[in-house]
Write a protein that binds this ligand. Structure first.
Ligand code: SF4
Length: 386
């Protein structure tokens, strides 16, 4: 016995969690895992939106799927051992793991079996049992299935801390290259709009833990030959129009025995640049037009997009750190959100005159130096060694 689970439970859980490293969720620490470990780990260390680190069980309720998305290891007709849990079975299994201290939260997804509505009901039933029968108060991230109804989306919002609707591609045309039977607007974009409508129509409703859940989406980067510009255009629209919490970018990786098995994998650096750019759009006040796209509509792989922007816009006209506005400081490489606030606080009590003072405020001083004046002086580009 392992955490009070039977061998059958362990076997099924292994099958259901096997490919979940392909699905990013929360802020995982992928560097902790070797590919071998990824396959063998049920529970992933993950950082929640509130900054808390937890052990997150990432799994499917069933790996049976009637859809045939070209990139997916669970697509219908692919020959591999599938597994399924019923909602009550899975809720019991998880609560055992939770009580044994092995898992603190859950990311629950599913293959589509018997239609999106029926599959969504099973995910909702599982979360409902955990919350209302077993009294689980921890973190739940629930997937919204393609084809789910508005009432189901609202129920998911009442049970979960986070819900996700994976767009997979930035628009209808690109989605047909990845998932010919998913309908971009009706099945994927509409639920994201419903979430926002529900939030706005019931501002007083506070969700199970005091607030509505955040909403996220995911793209398979490079699977449909889409550009970064397309991905970030859609992401920017989602941030502005449906208050998306964040987008996850998952570099395409070919899976044996799928229609895209011979397609080249996407360079993981592209995924990293997309995350950097999406945070510039969401948190740092950048507009899409300001990002340094190259001719093919992608971001340069070799340079952090914030540095690329600063090299063009701040090298000749560095910012005076003691006078720059918050919106200007946010654009300086090496200064993050916390660093900007720390600078603004420190300026109330005196002038910032050297890089070591910035370093104490959480700034990556060497990176910021070329773009700053410190009390009228160009900052040295290398810190003095003491
Ligand atoms: S619907 Fe989901 S599980 Fe099924 S093939 Fe598509 S991506 Fe895979």
């Amino acid at each position: 016995m392992f955490y009070n689970l039977g061998m059958d439970d362990i076997g099924r859980l292994k099958l259901l969690t096997d490919q979940m490293h392909l699905e990013p969720a929360e802020d995982q620490r992928p560097a902790c895992f070797t590919p071998k470990q990824k396959k063998e780990t049920f529970v992933h260390p993950a950082k929640l939106p509130n900054g808390k680190n937890i052990k997150l069980l990432k799994t499917l309720l069933t790996s049976a799927c009637e859809r045939d998305c070209y990139y997916c290891p669970f697509r219908s007709g692919r020959d591999f051992r599938r597994a399924t849990f019923k909602p009550e079975e899975f809720a019991s299994l998880f609560i055992n793991l939770h009580r044994a201290g092995a898992a603190e939260g859950i990311f629950l997804s599913s293959g589509v079996a018997g239609g999106g509505i029926r599959t969504q009901d099973k995910l909702l039933d599982t979360a409902d049992i955990l919350r209302n029968k077993m009294g689980f108060r921890g973190y739940i991230h629930l997937k919204v299935m393609p084809g789910a109804e508005k009432e189901q989306v609202e129920r998911a919002m009442q049970l979960a801390d986070r819900i996700s609707v994976n767009l997979e591609a930035p628009n209808s045309e690109r989605l047909t290259k990845l998932a010919p039977h998913k309908v971009f607007v009706d099945e994927l974009l509409r639920p994201l709009k419903w979430v926002d409508e529900i939030r706005r129509s019931q501002p007083a409703y506070k969700g199970w833990n005091g607030r509505w859940p955040s909403t996220v989406t995911q793209y398979v980067v490079g699977g449909a030959d889409e550009s970064d510009l397309e991905l970030l255009t859609t992401t920017s629209w989602l941030h502005e129009n449906v208050h998306l919490g964040r987008a996850y970018f998952s570099a395409f990786s070919p899976i044996r025995d799928t229609p895209l098995e011979n397609k080249a994998p996407t360079n993981p650096v592209r995924e990293h640049r997309l995350y950097q750019a999406s945070f510039l759009l969401r948190d740092y006040g950048f507009d899409l037009e300001e990002l340094p796209f190259i001719e093919n509509g992608n971001l340069p792989l070799s340079t952090d997009p914030k540095i690329a922007w600063a090299q063009v816009n701040l090298s000749e006209y560095p910012l005076e750190i003691n006078q720059a506005e918050k919106s200007q400081l946010l654009r300086v490489p090496g200064i993050g959100l916390k660093g900007v606030n720390a600078i603004l606080r420190a300026r109330r009590t005196g002038k910032l005159r050297d890089l070591s003072m910035l370093k104490k405020l959480g700034v990556i001083a060497e990176r910021a130096a070329p773009y700053l004046l410190l009390d009228g002086q160009r900052a040295p580009t290398q810190m003095a060694l003491f």
